[in-house]
Design a binder for this molecule. Structure first.
Ligand code: DC
Length: 213
């Protein structure tokens, strides 16, 4: 059972994916962490996140400890993650890890290209989105919760820039798979988004005759 959850930054994918995985007893993978951890290694090596060879080396040397780092969500790493994520060699290097993760016992994975490239035959595909304003507000609240100073206008600009980069890159751009079910979380809280998603997953699995229990 593979559940692919794609969508732009701060649309609520992570929270939703984690809850779905817990509810359905499936492993969960936040694939953004792979790109963030790769970026962190590149930055720490004082290399350029646009340098494909340096980024590839970093992607190939990731270990479990890289994903547990507490500093993968700062602004510098987020920007560098977007850069390394646009490099085809990096995406290729991380593809197998993602397929192996899901291939063992099934999984819920969230990212940008799960339903289009990583698992094009996923049992259920969700595309989770929200307005730029709503997503920027959530990001801003996350910064506040971590005690980091952030200017709201700058956060909006950042979300828009990240969207543009994710949607227009040549390699695995962010697009809704034709068979993905859309969830717009602009006016939904986390519980409502979860209830909506669970209903869609149950309907889809019933339709496809897949047992969830
Ligand atoms: O979801 P996130 O913000 O943690 O992702 C970090 C960066 O990695 C973001 O720029 C999008 C990119 N990414 C990607 O290209 N493909 C994925 N499957 C997941 C994330």
């Amino acid at each position: 059972m593979i559940i692919a959850i794609d969508g732009p930054a701060a649309a609520g994918k992570g929270t939703l994916a984690k809850r779905l995985a817990a509810e359905l007893g499936l492993p969960y993978l936040d694939t953004g962490l792979l790109y963030r951890a790769t970026a962190k290694r590149v930055l720490e090596a004082n290399a350029d996140p646009a340098d494909e060879q340096a980024a590839l080396l970093a992607a190939r040397s990731l270990t479990q400890a890289d994903f547990a780092r507490p500093d993968l969500r700062d602004a510098e790493t987020s920007k560098a993650a977007s850069q390394v994520a646009s490099l085809p060699a990096v995406r290729q290097a991380l593809l197998e890890f993602q397929r192996n993760f899901g291939g063992r016992h099934g999984a819920v994975l969230d990212g940008r290209d799960i339903g289009t490239i990583i698992f094009p035959k996923a049992d259920v595909k969700l595309f989770v989105t929200a307005s730029v304003q709503a997503r920027a507000r959530r990001r801003w609240l996350e910064f506040q919760a971590r005690g980091e100073e952030a200017d709201f206008a700058a956060v909006i600009a950042d979300v828009e820039a990240r969207d543009e980069a994710d949607r227009t890159r040549a390699s695995a751009p962010l697009i809704q798979a034709p068979d993905a079910l859309l969830i717009d979380t602009t006016t939904l809280d986390a519980d409502e988004a979860f209830a909506t998603a669970l209903k869609l997953v149950r309907a889809k699995t019933t339709e496809r005759n897949i047992g969830l229990d």
